[in-house]
Design a protein around this ligand. Structure first.
Ligand code: GLV
Ligand code: MN
Ligand code: MN
Ligand code: MN
Length: 419
């Protein structure tokens, strides 16, 4: 039977908009801020839960809030490994309304489309909303999927702290998520296959006028925190030769990080310093302490590690020269993920069946699929986003682009759940 799922695009867009309205951003939607374990995050979760229940899905929430909504009609073997899809609904400060949400609400709509078609899966199909794909609160991205895949142990989880010094365990319990952290890791055979629908967050698909990207692999991300300690003092009293200004040292470090990235042998290496805290932060006080973060990624993990090493050596040399100390911690340095041939083939077949052109590409952003790939054969479906913009309020994918992505997702889920 050839399947022609119809996507209820207006309804899906309405749901995306309703979710976008659940936000802590001072600006109105489409600007969105939704940080894990806040009241706003809980409201978004409640909204989604209602939609899952309306679709007849069975909801399970794990001890850290990862939410699994399962469709298991009589045709499906309830004990068989499921076909999984999903993404995240947390949003960094001042983000847009499509990052992650298209994969969660799109996953739900793909299941509803299959239900409307009368499709009979042989195994359960599950849509997942991961806790905290974004690193905003706890410094590390994908904490939910890392824990599911066993990459972050319960001992690692409880060591994570937020800016208020509250640890992950306390914060999740305060938000109402209880239970044993050891129960978060899923069994190796929980999923038969995994696929995530996401906006590209880059310009390639739009430039190629391609409706669908089939992801072949996900670039390797690493995050470091640097602490620079110099000597504070009076902005008028301390003459320049005597200064050990921590911010000037940080500025030099940031400039050389940019130079290292620009001269990298791999064109895919990108370096971003996105947070800078200056102490004491007064107009007439020499900065004595600075904290800054470094986000470093490459499709070539060896090159990323070599550049990280060179940056650290350069900082040490510069610290000695300026008389400041520079220390750093590695929050994460993950290997890249390769997508699975059978899932890639299923997505390709889905595109062909839907009569949509596709293009094979790498994901430069990381996603929960980076960690789901450790647990299950994994693939990702990308759709274009305007001007490649993401992590900004003007992030946008058109209704047609979203609808095409959900159609491909539905056909892919059907293919993967047919045997
Ligand atoms: C996640 O949003 C990332 O930074 O790739
Ligand atoms: Mn994001
Ligand atoms: Mn995302
Ligand atoms: Mn992401």
């Amino acid at each position: 039977m050839s399947l022609e799922p119809t996507i209820e695009t207006d309804r899906l867009l309405d749901e995306l908009q309703q979710l976008a309205a659940i936000s802590d951003c001072p600006e109105p939607p489409p600007a969105v801020t939704r940080v894990v374990f806040t009241e706003t995050d809980l409201k978004a979760r409640a909204y989604l839960q209602g939609l899952y229940e309306d679709a007849g899905l069975t909801v399970r929430v794990d001890p850290i809030g990862n939410t699994f909504a399962r469709w298991c009609p009589p045709s499906a073997d309830a004990d068989a490994p499921a076909v999984g899809t999903g993404s995240h609904c947390d949003a960094i400060p001042h983000a847009g309304m499509y990052d992650g949400t298209v994969g969660v609400l799109g996953g739900l709509e793909a299941i509803r489309a299959l239900q409307r078609e009368g499709f009979e899966p042989k195994r359960p199909i599950e849509v997942v909303m991961f806790t905290s794909e974004e690193p905003t609160r706890f410094g590390i991205g994908c904490s939910g999927s890392r824990a599911i895949a066993g990459v972050l142990s319960p001992e690692d989880l409880v060591k994570l702290t937020d800016d208020d010094g509250d640890d992950f365990d306390t914060v999740r319990q305060r938000a109402g998520f209880t239970g044993d952290l050891a129960d978060v890791k899923l069994a190796e055979d929980h999923y038969h296959a995994w696929t995530e629908l996401h906006i590209e967050q880059g310009p390639k698909l739009e430039k190629q006028n391609m409706p669908i990207g089939i992801v072949m692999g996900i670039a390797a991300p690493a995050t470091f925190v640097f602490h620079v300690t110099g000597e504070g003092g009076h902005a008028g009293g301390v003459l320049m030769p005597e200064r050990k200004d921590a911010l000037c040292a940080a500025a030099e470090a940031i400039h050389s990080i940019e130079q290292f990235a620009r001269s990298s042998p791999s064109p895919d290496l990108v370096a971003t310093v996105g947070e800078l805290d200056v102490f004491p932060g007064a107009v007439n006080s020499i900065p004595s302490k600075v904290r800054f973060t470094l986000d470093l990624r490459d499709t070539d993990a060896d090159n990323r590690d070599q550049i990280a090493q060179a940056i650290h050596e350069d900082c040490n040399e510069m610290g000695l020269r300026r008389g400041v100390t520079i220390t750093s911690e590695t929050l994460n340095a993950d290997p890249p993920a390769a997508c699975d041939k059978a899932v890639i083939d299923a997505i390709e077949k889905a595109c062909n069946d839907a009569d949509l052109r596709w293009w094979k590409m790498v994901s430069r952003a990381y996603h929960d699929s980076l960690f789901m790939a450790r647990l299950a054969p994994t693939g990702m479906i990308f759709i274009p986003c305007r001007d490649g913009v993401s992590h900004r309020p003007d992030e946008f994918s058109s209704p047609n682009e979203i609808s095409a992505g959900v159609e491909v997702l539905a056909l892919t889920l059907a293919e993967l759940a047919s045997s």
